[in-house]
Design a protein around this ligand. Structure first.
Ligand code: ATP
Ligand code: MG
Ligand code: FE
Length: 350
């Protein structure tokens, strides 16, 4: 199937076009620079930026793919979770576009899209798929027997998301926003063993698949604070490397344990934090040692984009999932257990 996907859940206006597992176009416009001076995404600014970027980005994607809109089998859009106003721009555009073209509309889940995008990199997802989803707003271990209809959370963060921890630590270090890519860069010059930061929820009696990054973030902030109070220089590279090591250590350890416990022989890692170079390297090493096949998309497909929405959209079409209704709502807290929002007129999905 040939599907166009629209993503506007945060600050990226993404339009992707996918045929089956083949990526034909991945056009993106970001308002991240506008938000940077506020130290985080400002919802109102994001919505307005989506509105301005939407039509040009769709046109760019169509041109890049070299297809006619009339050839599409459907239009997919992120229905949630995300910023309500931002989602609404994408959902409205997708409805208008699909309706005008006479094509079915598929409201899909942003988190399931972060996983399904790997089909563009490594082909069909195994069933079930074990996925470590690590992004700006979420950190979970998910077992998905079918990415279009059945996604089961094994555990998730009880406080901050992994990406949120990167962003907060970067803020304390005065490195700007978003923090992940900058810390990744600084960490390359630092010693990951320089400072022993805590590994949250790794005790024998802790929930095996849950995460906690708020204590780590506080420990890093305190450590930096003590240095500054003493009038000493903060070793940014060592702090970055040691913090990053603590995050990736816990993520990979728990993910591999989940694979072993569930008898799954592969691990998929998705979401913005999956772009992290240390996480990728450590996962590669530890998976190899455990006999687990690792699937991580290229960094550009890990952070928000339209291709991931199109990837899940093609899967919805391929599996005959019910399209969404024309009154499809934007749902800022759409649960990960709902990979798509089927229309009522079409009956419950299987
Ligand atoms: P969600 O997917 O939970 O709705 P989101 O869409 O805002 O959140 P993503 O775009 O998936 O998040 O990921 C953004 C997050 O990824 C940010 O927190 C950012 O700091 C982090 N990130 C991006 N690149 C890297 C990197 N190289 N290392 C670590 N973190 C990174
Ligand atoms: Mg972003
Ligand atoms: Fe995301």
């Amino acid at each position: 199937p040939l599907v166009l996907g629209i993503e506007t859940s945060c600050d990226e206006t993404g339009v992707g076009i996918v045929r089956g597992h083949t990526l034909l176009a991945d056009a993106i416009a970001s308002s991240v620079d506008t938000h940077a001076r506020f130290g985080g995404v400002v919802p109102e600014i994001a919505s307005r930026a989506h509105l301005e970027a939407m039509v040009p980005t769709i046109q760019r994607a169509l041109k890049e793919a070299g297809i006619a809109a009339s050839d599409l089998d459907g239009v997919a859009v992120t229905a949630g979770p995300g910023l309500a106003g931002a989602l609404l721009v994408g959902v409205s555009a997708a409805k208008a576009y699909a309706y005008a073209l006479g094509k079915p509309l598929y409201g899909v889940n942003h988190l399931a899209s972060h996983i399904c995008v790997d089909q563009l990199e490594h082909g069909a997802l195994p069933e079930p798929t074990m996925a470590l989803l690590v992004s700006g707003g979420h950190s979970s271990l998910l077992l998905a027997p079918d990415i279009t209809s059945d996604v089961r959370p094994l555990g998730s963060t009880i406080d901050d998301a992994a990406g949120e921890a990167f962003d907060k630590v970067a803020r304390v270090l005065h490195l700007g926003f978003p923090g992940g890519p900058v810390i990744d860069r600084y960490a390359k010059e630092g010693d990951p063993a320089a400072i022993a930061f805590p590994r949250g929820l790794t005790g024998p009696r802790d929930a095996p698949y849950d995460f906690s990054f708020s204590g780590l973030k506080t420990a890093v902030a305190r450590w930096i604070e003590a240095r500054r109070k003493a009038g000493e220089e903060v070793p940014v590279a060592d702090v970055s490397a040691s913090f990053q090591e603590a995050v990736t250590d816990v993520l990979t350890r728990k993910a591999i344990r989940a694979c072993k416990d569930e008898g799954v022989d592969h691990l998929m890692i998705g979401g913005g934090v999956a772009a992290n170079s240390r996480l990728r390297a450590m996962a590669e090493e530890r998976c190899a040692a455990a006999g687990i096949t690792l699937r991580v998309p290229r960094p550009k497909l890990c952070t928000d984009n339209g291709a991931m929405v199109a990837a899940l959209g093609t899967e919805m079409v391929a599996r005959n999932r019910a399209p969404s209704d024309w009154d499809l709502p934007a749902d800022s807290s759409l649960p990960v257990t709902e990979p798509h929002v089927p229309g009522e007129a079409h009956g419950p999905h299987s």
